[in-house]
Design a protein around this ligand. Sequence first.
Ligand code: PGA
Length: 250
Amino acid sequence: MIKPVIFGNWKMNKTMSETIAFINDVESKFADIDLGAIMGIAVPYTQLASAVDKADKIQIAAQNVHHKTSGAFTGEISVGMLVDLGIKYCLTGHSERRTYFSETNEQINEKNKLLLANDIVPIFCFGETEDEYVDGQTEAVVATQLEKGLAGIDGADVRNIIFAYEPVWAIGTGKTATPEIAQNVVKFVRETIAKLVGEEVANVVAIQYGGSMNPGNIKELMSQNDINGGLVGGASLEVSSYLDLYNNMK
Ligand code: PGA
């Protein structure tokens, strides 16, 4: 049984005071609950230290990390800086980073390796664009992103990765993949991981769906055989909606 894992992805939203208020509110609601799931949020860099300090049951993720360990990269944040703050999770390969910041599969692979070497769990995102979807390229695109993103990483490390299938056409559009579409691709993801590092690992890794997931569709998506969680943007920004993701997932 794979533990459900839900992360909010706040992207470039919320100030420090809004972040602290959100965490305090959610923590007070979670205080007496045995969650039985990993509930997290990926907050902007400037809030990481305070968020880790305030969070107890909520897991805090970084939204990005640079693929080199240090050096002349103005404006960037290294894995050592995340370790120093006690960060345990970090997004990699998000489609907005691939699209707006030209991140390559090779850089994403370096990030995955660096994070794993530093005991930070990559939440490794991948997924096809609308054109690729319409063109029937979904499996080919996803297979390439997985192969390149996992290159040189052995099964023992892949076991620690959280996978996030996010069809780009469903992100922030309100167009969720149907549970059947999502399940079919996520099943393919598990089969691809099995080909790369073996079935034993593929059967225990958590695979999230992301793309306009919300409290209204989370249950049906998560009831699919291979979907173990969600990466949620818009619907993770309000406390009530975030709590309902948790309440409604089963
Ligand atoms: P969305 O974003 O839930 O707003 O579609 C998901 C994501 O980008 O991870």
